[in-house]
Design a protein around this ligand. Structure first.
Ligand code: SAM
Ligand code: SF4
Ligand code: SF4
Length: 343
């Protein structure tokens, strides 16, 4: 397979592929899959539309040949996908990937982490928004308790997986949990990253007033800790990185709203039903499943992907405020849901 370095229209290479393996989830986070919308009648994808592990692996090989270095398995909740550990094994055995990661809400991690590690997973990112059960339940829209996620995190650490934790901060909802979360994960020597609430999808009632910004987060952290900012690990890293002074323990902030990072965005997303999205805020994706199922050759698949990446000029987060101030602009178009396209 040929190996061609190529960039999009804004000179950004393709490096990071996020593969959503299901649009279903066992939680109903208010900022992602609010229960009122994602109820029993919600039309989740039928099984025959979902890419098989063979199809995902074939596509992953193509992307790696085009420069992808990092694959993240996500969803919906990826651990709900039947036999997900076999997909990890297949990718790890058949695709030369430098970094194989998975994002999960952690609820099913206790039972899966050892096999995931054994089968070749390098890292997990676990999402947890609070250590307080009342706040956590109100955010996750179910009765799921903090303890089940903490057990999942411990089990991932015990299995030898590299673990990071993501905490989404919503103003007026969980900013009081920033310091307890920082203390807890600093003690565990686990990197905790705070995420600004974004206007993903069409159903999470986002507005700027609900964003607890990176500046507010660092101000809050600095009331308790001395932080030193450190440079990005690699080009395209999304988090602002900090170290607790006098330690090697890190924390970070993903400031997609107040400090957008579209300029270095090298991410492509593959939805569970085989559509490619060049931006998290896209209205629609490019269908690669039908091309694949109609018997395309490697060359045809490569041409399709290079064609769509070369046309890419997305930079939604940098233009968010223009869109919002300008009714009739693309901010008012329907955006893909994050649970569908993969976070
Ligand atoms: N279910 C898994 C989980 O929650 O980790 C994986 C998928 S979830 C869509 C991936 C990440 O997206 C989570 O860390 C979640 O906090 C984040 N996320 C979801 N909705 C968001 C929003 N509106 N703004 C910012 N981050 C969001
Ligand atoms: Fe599910 Fe993750 Fe979305 Fe929460 S953020 S509803 S856990 S997909
Ligand atoms: Fe990348 Fe789109 Fe997010 Fe900008 S808004 S960082 S282009 S996914």
């Amino acid at each position: 397979m040929k190996n061609s370095a190529f960039n999009d229209r804004l000179q950004r290479p393709l490096r990071d592929l996020r593969i959503s393996v299901t649009d279903r989830c066992n939680l109903r986070c208010i900022y992602c899959m609010p229960r009122e919308i994602f109820g029993p009648e919600y039309p989740f994808l039928p099984k025959n539309e979902i890419l098989t592990f063979e199809e995902i692996t074939r596509l992953a090989k193509i992307f790696v040949s085009l420069g992808v270095k990092k694959i993240r398995i996500t969803g919906g909740e990826p651990l709900l996908r039947k036999d997900i550990e076999l997909l990890i094994e297949k990718l790890s055995n058949e695709v030369r990937i430098e970094d194989l990661a998975l994002t999960t809400n952690g609820v099913l991690l206790t039972e899966k982490s050892a096999t995931l590690k054994k089968n070749g997973l390098h890292r997990v990112t676990v999402s947890l928004d609070s250590l307080n059960n009342e706040t956590f339940s109100s955010m996750n829209g179910t009765g799921v308790k903090v303890e089940s996620v903490l057990k999942g995190i411990d089990s991932a650490l015990d299995s030898g997986l590299n673990v990071k934790v993501n905490m989404l901060v919503m103003k007026g909802v969980n900013e009081n949990d920033i310091l307890p979360m920082a203390e807890y994960f600093k003690d565990k020597r686990v990197t905790l990253r705070f995420i600004e609430f974004m206007d993903t999808g069409n159903n999470n009632q986002w507005n700027t007033e609900k964003v607890f910004t990176a500046k507010e987060i660092t101000d809050c952290l600095r009331t308790r800790f001395e932080l030193e900012q450190i440079p990005p690990d690699y080009s395209g890293e999304v988090a602002l990185r900090f170290r607790y002074k006098g330690t090697q323990i890190e924390t970070g902030i993903i400031a997609s709203v107040s400090l957008p990072f579209c300029g270095t965005c090298n991410r492509l997303r593959l939805s569970a039903n085989g559509r490619l999205f060049t931006c998290l805020f896209a209205t629609d994706g490019y269908d690669i499943k039908n091309i694949l199922r109609n018997g395309a050759t490697e060359e045809e698949l490569l041409t399709f992907v290079t064609g769509l990446w070369s046309k890419r000029d997305d930079r939604y987060s940098e233009r968010r405020l223009d869109f919002i101030k300008n009714p009739g602009s693309s901010a008012n178009l329907t955006k893909v849901e994050m649970s569908f396209v993969g976070g």
